[in-house]
Design a protein around this ligand. Structure first.
Ligand SMILES: [Zn+2]
Length: 134
């Protein structure tokens, strides 16, 4: 990606990145770890694991993307989920601050039509189609 566009993409997604980093910092204070992968910062373990396993989707969630951060149960779950989560990173870069509302509205729309709020969400379908896995 062009450098200027990359800076804009970081700025555009930064509210979510800050939220992810905040959760990640709590993780670091509770025995969690952090590592950098290209333009992404991954947090795992400690309170991050607790957070991930207490999401509505429950203990089967391996990882979750917030802007340019990815939160995972463990380093292994981050490795398994990486391609899928990288699709979400690109979605954050496209949608920026609008990603959260767009994702929730998409889930609501799918659910109101009788679909599965998570798996039939078009953002998830794109991620599963491009990467497979969770
Ligand atoms: Zn996903």
């Amino acid at each position: 990606m062009h450098a200027v566009l990359q800076v804009l993409a970081f700025a555009w997604a930064s509210p979510y990145t800050l939220l992810g980093a905040s959760i990640g910092l709590v993780g670091l204070c509770t025995g969690g770890r952090v590592r950098r992968r290209g333009r992404i910062v991954e947090f795992y373990g400690g309170a991050v694991k607790w957070f991930i396993t207490h999401l509505p989707s429950g203990q089967f969630t391996l990882a979750m993307t917030l802007g340019h951060t990815v939160l995972g149960q463990s380093d292994a779950s981050l490795d398994i989920a990486r391609e899928h989560e990288m699709v979400h990173v690109r979605q954050y870069e496209r949608w920026g601050v609008l990603f959260g509302p767009a994702y929730l509205l998409a889930s609501l729309g799918v659910w109101m039509r009788g679909g599965r709020a998570y798996r039939d969400n078009p953002f998830e379908r794109e991620a599963y189609d491009e990467a497979g896995g969770d």
